[in-house]
Design a protein around this ligand. Structure first.
Ligand code: SAH
Length: 250
């Protein structure tokens, strides 16, 4: 097994995906640092989940997706691959060069594109944003830019399918009440920094810190309405998670 790969700096997610794709398990550790909690780990094999291994909310989104589909922040391409197997037309984008390299290798139509790139103006019937898809929006202040982008890339009658979670449970007291200070930053805003520590522990890859947004459905609906969209609650998961459908308001 080769573990002496040299990964480019700043792309820990891609390094984890690339390492697992090339060398298989056991991949290294993909660690999430945040000022809000202790270090957490994302199991790398989970990024390669099959349709059967996906949470029901993701399966629901894949079943609903139709027409020309865009998989945003596609990672290893697990959703694109499942859609391809379902015979659906899918394009995947990710900012990680190594993730795109892996998707390419798997025969997925994948491009290294930032969703918010002004030059990215293709049209889609379904835009998929999964595994806390709202994360890519970063902060609530970016909601207008996000909805503007969606308006640009959605075909008439198209929709965005996005999953997220209401992080209020992190602030739940023993008596079941919620201690959220409204003067603070929105409670779903997290600061993340990822690090990939390869199996041989040599040359860990550290990314830049970034904002990652979890948004509760009510707040999402509010911003949708403010920006000419309608938000529908498609389904709820078992733990404050949900799948939303966003469409341009008629
Ligand atoms: N959807 C995949 C991966 C989720 S992780 C899955 O469910 O397994 C989030 C992914 O989004 C990462 O691969 C990251 O590189 C990508 N990403 C983050 N910001 C992005 C942006 N602005 N445009 C496109 N991709 C982005």
């Amino acid at each position: 097994m080769k573990h002496n790969l040299l990964f480019p700096a700043g792309d820990p997610m891609g390094a984890a995906i690339f390492d697992y794709h090339k060398n298989g398990a056991p991949a290294g550790k993909l660690v999430v640092h945040s000022s809000m909690f202790e270090d957490d780990e994302i199991p790398v094999d989970g990024l390669f989940r099959s349709f059967a291994q996906m949470p029901v909310l993701e399966q629901t989104a894949l079943r609903m997706a139709e027409g020309r589909i865009l998989d945003v922040g596609a990672g290893s391409g697990c959703h694109s691959l499942a859609l391809k197997e379902m015979g659906k037309e899918t394009m995947a984008i990710d900012i990680s060069p190594l993730a795109v390299n892996v998707m390419d290798d798997k025969g997925i139509d994948a491009y290294q594109i930032n969703l918010f790139d002004e030059k990215f103006r293709e049209k889609f019937d379904t835009v998929l944003m999964l595994m806390n898809g709202s994360g890519i929006i970063g902060r609530l202040e970016n909601m207008p830019a996000f909805f503007k982008k969606m308006k640009q890339i959605l075909e008439p009658g198209g929709c965005v399918l996005m999953d997220s979670s209401d992080l209020r449970y992190l602030y739940e007291d023993e008596d079941g009440s919620f201690e959220i200070d409204l003067a603070d930053e929105y409670y779903g805003l997290l600061d993340y920094q990822m690090e990939y520590v390869p199996f041989n522990k040599k040359a860990s890859v550290l990314g830049k810190p970034f904002d990652w947004l979890y948004v509760d459905f009510e707040t999402l609906s509010y911003y949708a309405e403010q920006n000419g969209f309608k938000a529908e609650l498609v389904a709820e998961g078992e733990h404050y998670d949900y799948l939303a459908k966003l469409t341009v308001q008629m």
